[in-house]
Design a protein around this ligand. Structure first.
Ligand SMILES: [Zn+2]
Length: 116
């Protein structure tokens, strides 16, 4: 049962690595990725952070149950992305979403921070 989640740079290679980048090829974890429009919009400055957050909330609301189930079956998960620690990144939105959804429930999930 998932109890602890972390964030890390893409280069992190632990056994609990969960690649949530738009380039991720994992059929499960790609459900947590932003769209290319969002990635390029932020990169080029044509999409506001507010709009990105609005769209990512929609993506999170559509994550299939089978994906959540697979995630919750892990003991720990480390979400990786190309962004550095302090950058605006969907990793942090996903962490907040999970902690806010499951943080108070039995077997609660806590955020362990940035891993190197
Ligand atoms: Zn990122």
């Amino acid at each position: 049962m998932l109890s602890r989640i972390y964030t890390a740079h893409y280069r992190y290679n632990g056994p609990d690595r969960v690649n949530i980048t738009v380039k991720g090829k994992d059929p499960l974890w790609s459900a947590f990725a932003p769209s290319w429009d969002m990635v390029m919009g932020i990169k080029n400055g044509t999409m506001s952070e507010a709009e990105y957050i609005r769209r990512y909330d929609i993506i999170l609301s559509k994550v299939p149950v089978v994906v959540w189930k697979a995630l919750l079956e892990m003991d720990e998960a480390t979400f990786v992305c190309f962004c550095n620690e302090d950058w605006f990144c969907h990793r942090n939105m996903l962490v907040n979403y999970i902690v806010n959804s499951l943080g108070g429930a039995p077997g609660r999930v806590t955020y362990g921070g940035w891993r190197v």
